[in-house]
Ligand binder design. Structure first.
Ligand SMILES: NC(=O)C1=CN([C@@H]2O[C@H](COP(=O)(O)OP(=O)(O)OC[C@H]3O[C@@H](n4cnc5c(N)ncnc54)[C@H](O)[C@@H]3O)[C@@H](O)[C@H]2O)C=CC1
Ligand SMILES: C[C@@H](CO)CCC[C@@H](C)[C@H]1CC[C@H]2[C@@H]3[C@H](O)CC4=CC(=O)CC[C@]4(C)[C@H]3CC[C@]12C
Length: 369
């Protein structure tokens, strides 16, 4: 990568740059990558906030496009030094078909890789997910594991299957020759459950709580730990990897890194209450209010209803057999691989991450504050 102290020279492309994580990556790059000359933001749906970014020193180029369309991806990648591929179809509720999830997450990623090869772009960072590891279909716990912890990663749901296949494509592409003869350098970041400003599922839980008179009902034992990471720290890790990948290609190329920070280990519901509690919601019960077998029955009924109603209406409740298994299986990471390989330290402390997320929840419609 050409580098200069004075003149910014680099062109970055962020796919999915208008999504929850993508927006944070885009803003973080503009704040913390002084070598940036142009930032291309590629997304199926362009957001209005992109307009306000056009006034700074970096040229922000908005590109409306679809990762499943190879020619659109190639045109967007041509001339960029670094690609951060964050676009993805995040669906664990049955909103999209398995075929569509595969097309976007797997074929889309293949298109990004081929575009890098064809156009001579050498550095590719892929936003993978903890889901490529687990929880697996057997519900085995993964307790404070790291990138080398043995675990039987077996999935059936289309989302984790697609993320695992896409990650594999990205890692296998490391070292392939791009146009011009240089080697492609790739790596994959695996966030655990991301939270923070803009998180749709947090918004859904908040609205659900408001509908039940400010109450949420405990369904998962407090002892089940679920890994979470603040969106600002996930974005920061992407920015750092993009910055360090050239200098440390031999070490980082073809590697995977969990995204982690100092967010506390808690159950999914207790963790959400760290933000929803200060916004007026209460979690009822110190133990699950319904026995687990009944939750399994309800989740199965929801899945059946979804299938029966599909010709008429899209029924996509939060509770289904997959989300229940996810929430009910311990999966937490404890690692320092990102620190060892490229000097990552969380940019936001837990206190800051929490305060920022609470401030955001307070701006949501229906908030009493
Ligand atoms: N939300 C989470 O807890 C986690 C997310 N991830 C991964 O992070 C990435 C971003 O996820 P989020 O920001 O949460 O999701 P999101 O849905 O908010 O963002 C995804 C973005 O990709 C765009 N996109 C979808 N299909 C596209 C297509 N065919 N062509 C171009 N753009 C397309 C969407 O318009 C959206 O802006 C995904 O790859 C996801 O798998 C990984 C771990 C956890
Ligand atoms: C049973 C319900 C009672 O309140 C709770 C249901 C919660 C679920 C909707 C979430 C529990 C775990 C979440 C997933 C997890 O954080 C890991 C993820 C990684 C990704 O790459 C995408 C998002 C997700 C699958 C996330 C989705 C929501 C949950 C299943």
């Amino acid at each position: 990568m050409a580098e200069s102290a004075q003149v910014p020279t680099l062109v970055y492309l962020v796919t999915g740059g208008c999504g929850f994580l993508g927006e944070h990556i885009v803003r973080m790059l503009l704040e913390r990558e002084p070598r940036l000359r142009e930032l291309r933001v590629f997304d199926l749906h362009l957001s209005p906030w992109l307009e306000e970014l056009q006034t700074g020193p970096v040229q922000v180029t908005a590109i409306q496009g679809d990762v499943t369309q190879a020619h659109q991806v190639t045109a967007a990648v041509a001339g960029s030094h670094v690609v951060i591929h964050t676009a993805g179809l995040v669906d664990v509720f049955g909103k999209a078909s398995p075929k569509t999830i595969h097309q976007v997450n797997v074929q889309g990623t293949q298109n990004v890789i081929e575009a890098c090869i064809r156009t001579g772009t050498q550095f590719l960072i892929y936003t993978s997910s903890m889901e490529v590891v687990g929880p697996n279909v057997k519900g085995h716990p993964f307790y404070r594991g790291n990138e080398d912890t043995p675990y039987e990663a077996v999935h059936r749901h289309p989302y984790p299957c697609s993320k695992a296949l896409a990650e594999q494509l990205v890692l296998e592409a490391n070292g392939r020759k791009v146009n011009g003869g240089l080697p492609l350098v790739t790596c994959a970041l695996r966030p655990t459950g991301i939270y923070g400003e803009g998180h749709q599922i947090m918004r859904d839980f908040y609205n659900q709580g408001l509908r039940f008179g400010g109450r949420l009902f405990r369904a998962i034992p407090a002892s089940v730990e679920h890994g979470r990471v603040y969106v600002g720290n996930v974005a920061w890790m992407h920015v750092l990897v993009a910055r360090e990948l050239e200098q440390r290609a031999a070490l980082m190329g073809g590697q995977v890194y969990f995204c982690y920070d100092k967010s506390p280990y808690k159950s999914y519901e207790d963790f959400n209450m760290e933000f929803l509690g200060p916004c007026g919601l209460r979690l009822i019960g110190t133990h699950p209010l319904l026995p687990y077998w009944l939750l399994v029955l309800l989740a199965t009924l929801n899945a059946l209803l979804q299938w029966l109603l599909r010709p008429l209406v899209l029924y996509t409740p939060l509770l289904n057999p997959y989300t229940l298994a996810m929430a009910n299986t311990t999966f937490t990471v404890s690692t320092n691989k990102a620190q060892r390989h490229f000097g990552y330290k969380p940019l936001f402390s837990w206190e800051e991450s929490k305060a920022r997320t609470i401030l955001w929840v307070q701006t949501l419609e229906g908030s009493a504050r």
